[in-house]
Design a binder for this molecule. Structure first.
Ligand code: ZN
Length: 288
């Protein structure tokens, strides 16, 4: 979503979530392109839609309106077709005491407010995504549960270590620990998204490690490679043709839901959709 908002004219540092109110047509056009590409799930344009994040853009008074509009836009994009609207909650964007300036209560209340708005607007699920710390993840998961979300997804962002031997979150959490923690804290789906150096092969490794630690469904949304600066524009270097070769290995490692994070486009999702359909057609025991 962030990548697509930039392409649609959002300037770096501006509030993309406010577009749900000011440019709903542009957000709808983006969501529609994903539906047309064959997506079954749309994440709402609410990554930074918590009070704490919106406050940076002096938009804190619009938390409910922004999140409500985002759900409505995503639902409209399906245009009557069956599909899941996943209410998106990203990190609150700071550190909690004693390391940072935010109290646990402030973060809990911000997540509760956002999750409540998303569920009240009719989101089918909530994803707490791009998480690196278990403390913040727990606050997000319980906010989603308390809001009455029918399905709660916890999604971690891993970074490949400097020596390339493994990956863990910025706060040092490895996939096994994350999966166990999410299962114990009421997640229905364990996921990974974004991160650094987490290509399709690394995502496959993460899914295998999740699979060892939990029986819950697994979702993977890797980035389209690494961001590079080309002529002052951020470009992601993995094409749909390149990424799609990792789809079947991801499925075979146990992933149940596959999508893309930073740099992925409707063309990536179209390629994924095609590869998944081919794979499922060849597997008579799988239900689409
Ligand atoms: Zn990302």
């Amino acid at each position: 979503m962030g990548t697509q908002l930039m392409l649609a004219g959002l300037e770096q540092g501006n509030c993309g979530e406010a577009w749900n109110l000011t440019h709903p047509d542009r957000v709808l056009a983006i969501q529609r392109r994903y539906v047309q590409a064959g997506a079954d799930c749309l994440l709402t344009n609410t990554f930074g839609g918590s009070r704490i994040m919106l406050n940076r853009h002096s938009q804190a008074d619009d938390v409910v309106a922004i999140n409500t509009a985002a759900v409505r836009i995503a639902r409209e994009a399906f245009a009557g077709r069956e599909g899941y609207v996943i209410g998106d909650i990203g990190p609150f964007g700071g550190l909690m005491e004693p390391f940072g300036e935010f109290t646990e209560t402030q973060v809990r209340e911000a997540f509760q407010e956002q999750a409540g708005a998303l569920v009240d607007a009719g989101a089918d699920a909530i994803i707490i995504e791009t998480q690196t710390s278990l403390e913040e993840l727990a606050l997000g998961l319980s906010a989603a549960r308390d809001a009455g979300a029918a399905c709660v997804i916890g999604s971690m962002a891993y970074d490949v270590t400097r020596d390339g031997s493994t990956f863990r979150t910025m706060m040092g959490v490895d996939p096994e620990r994350a999966a166990e923690f999410m299962q114990a804290h009421g997640a229905d789906i364990v996921a990974l998204n974004c991160g650094t150096g987490m290509d399709m092969e690394r995502a496959r490794q993460a899914v295998l490690r999740y699979r060892d630690a939990t029986s819950l469904p697994i979702m993977a949304q890797p980035n389209a490679g690494q961001p590079k600066l080309v002529e002052l524009k951020v470009v992601y270097d993995e094409s749909p043709e390149h990424m799609v070769t990792g789809v079947v290995p991801l499925l075979e490692s146990g992933a149940n839901i596959i999508g893309g994070c930073c740099g992925s486009t409707p063309d990536h999702i179209r390629a994924f959709r095609h590869a998944m359909d081919m794979y499922l057609t060849a597997q008579p025991t799988h239900q689409k």
